[in-house]
Each structure stands twice: as C-alpha cells, then as structure tokens.
Design a protein around this ligand. Structure first.
Ligand SMILES: C[C@@H](c1ccc(Cl)cc1)n1cnc(-c2ccccc2)c1-c1c(C(=O)NCCN2CCN(C3CCCCC3)CC2)[nH]c2cc(Cl)ccc12
Length: 100
C-alpha cells in the first residue's frame, strides 16, 4: 500500500486499485470498474465465496478455496472467516492505494 505504511484497516474509506487477478474475482462477484473502497472489496469477496459456493455447508465460517483462484491468491486451501489474517496479507500484496 502507500509509503506511509498505514495498516490495511486505515484505508477503509479511501480508494484502492486491485491487481488484475483479484480484480477478476471481484468482477465475477458482480463488481464494476477497477477502483473500490476496502469495504467494497470485502463485500465482493464475500459475494464471490457465496456465488462459487466455497464455504463449508455444515461449518459456514470455513472457506475451502484450494481448487479456486481465490486459493491461488491467498496461497492457502482453507481458512476460517474468524481469522482474517491470511486475507489481509493477500490484500496488502494485491491492492494499490489510489492517491486521489
Ligand atoms: C464478517 C464478514 C467478514 C468479512 C471480512 C473478513 Cl476478513 C472476515 C469476515 N463475514 C462473515 N461471514 C462471511 C462469509 C462467510 C461465508 C461465506 C461468505 C461470507 C463474511 C465475509 C464477507 C462479508 O461481506 N460478509 C457480509 C455478511 N455475510 C455474513 C455471512 N453470510 C453467509 C454465511 C454462509 C452462508 C451464506 C451466507 C454472507 C454475508 N466478506 C468476506 C470476504 C472474505 Cl475473503 C471472507 C469472508 C467474508
């Protein structure tokens, strides 16, 4: 993100530009355009998980993404929505701060 090295949460309201691989997932989930707030990125990633039915039907906080592009981006096969750290790591690498 930006050189001032603010944490990912600080960029809540400001605009971010996802890398192509992440942008593709957001468009699959119905997102339009190429610049979003972090909140919108989170919303569309949630939609993506639902559209692709990646969450465990019995334990709905578990996401199985090993066979999906989401897993390629995260570098993991499974995660729990209760532990967002792998997600924030991925977003740090795949979101560019848009200084507008
Ligand atoms: C609090 C929030 C969250 C948000 C960010 C993080 Cl790093 C962790 C957790 N959250 C809580 N459960 C989910 C979730 C669980 C299963 C399937 C889809 C989403 C989410 C996620 C949202 C979201 O925007 N959530 C809106 C309300 N969700 C409730 C759960 N609902 C589903 C639960 C499973 C059955 C279908 C509905 C969907 C709407 N966006 C995400 C993106 C990712 Cl990479 C991972 C998880 C989520």
């Amino acid at each position: 993100l930006n050189p001032s090295n603010r944490s990912i949460q600080d960029t809540e309201g400001s605009a971010v530009r996802p890398q192509p691989a992440l942008l593709k997932l957001l468009h699959t989930a119905g997102a339009k355009g190429d610049t979003f707030t972090l909140k919108q990125v989170m919303h569309f990633l949630g939609q993506y998980i639902m559209v692709k039915q990646l969450y465990d039907k019995r334990q709905q906080h578990i996401v199985h993404c090993g066979d999906d592009e989401l897993g390629q981006l995260l570098g993991i096969t499974t995660f729990s929505v209760k532990d967002p750290s792998p997600l924030y790591e991925m977003l740090k690498k795949n979101l560019h701060q848009v200084s507008c």
